[in-house]
Design a protein around this ligand. Structure first.
Ligand code: SF4
Length: 147
């Protein structure tokens, strides 16, 4: 029988508005967008999908992602490692934000004790606070991340 995951008793998490997960670090260099994200965000900006993709997105290994600040001359004073939509530690497009952001911190690549401690618990102030996510809720969120 497989061993229960380290989150078998659930994990408490509540966003504290630190904006830390909106800053690229090491391998976490991009915010990826699903097709649904692209359509929702294009509508939010009142752009056609084509224009939204041209203005805000790039592609890596076949996956669409948000461009980084250096791609926008008007963002020359924006911290280079911050998401283009992060303003004063808050997401300026919160209602339209991508699934990648909605599913933080429960990303498949975080769900080993080592990765969790290194990539999440050590710097996200929302861990251990607020709502208790049960194992099944975490699994549901992980499944969404993998869509
Ligand atoms: S889109 Fe919003 S929530 Fe997602 S990384 Fe950028 S600022 Fe953060």
């Amino acid at each position: 029988m497989p061993r229960p995951p380290f989150y078998a008793d659930g994990i408490r998490f509540e966003c504290q508005g630190s904006g830390k997960c909106c800053t690229s670090r090491g391998t976490y260099g991009y915010v990826y967008l699903t097709r649904k994200d692209q359509l929702r965000m294009a509508e939010y900006f009142k752009l056609t999908l084509k224009d939204f993709l041209r203005r805000y997105c790039g592609k890596k290994d076949g996956h669409v992602h948000l461009k980084n600040p250096e791609d926008f001359p008007e963002l020359k004073n924006h911290p280079v490692s911050d998401c283009i939509f992060l303003k004063n530690n808050a997401c300026s497009i919160y209602e339209a934000r991508p699934e990648h952001c909605r599913t933080w911190p429960f990303w498949p690549e975080h769900m080993s004790p080592k990765a969790w401690n290194k990539e999440v618990a050590s710097f996200c102030p929302g861990i251990g606070k607020g709502k208790l996510y049960s194992e099944s809720e975490i699994r549901e969120i992980l499944a969404r991340s993998e869509e």
